[in-house]
Write a new protein. Sequence first.
Length: 134
Amino acid sequence: MDVLQKHFPEVLGIVVLLLSLVFLFRYWGGNKPPPHEHIKKIVTVEGFPASESSGGLCKQYAGSPHLIHDQCQTFSEKNCNAASCCVQINGSGGRCVGGNADGPFYLSENDAPIKIHSYSHLNTCFGDSCAATE
């Protein structure tokens, strides 16, 4: 007890100094770099009606081919081949656009003709290069 009374001013000074440092670092943030974020997995979720009979995309926009065309362009290859109002042009890896068994709705883009060698509608290939793209 005698030691504490004898060294009380020094102990109190050290405690005040440490508390001051803690508050200063907290106030200024300590200039630490932000934590490094690591992305483990990216998942793409596409909304697509389960069946056309439930009032899906094709029925909903039946009179608006431009809206069907815009929606089809957002589909994956699998969903493109599942929709009766979409076609995939130029084989696997090609673009999904609005269309039907007769072909794409639009044959040009920005006033330039689109080169279409084949198209797939409901997993059936049509066109000259079908054997090469399947």
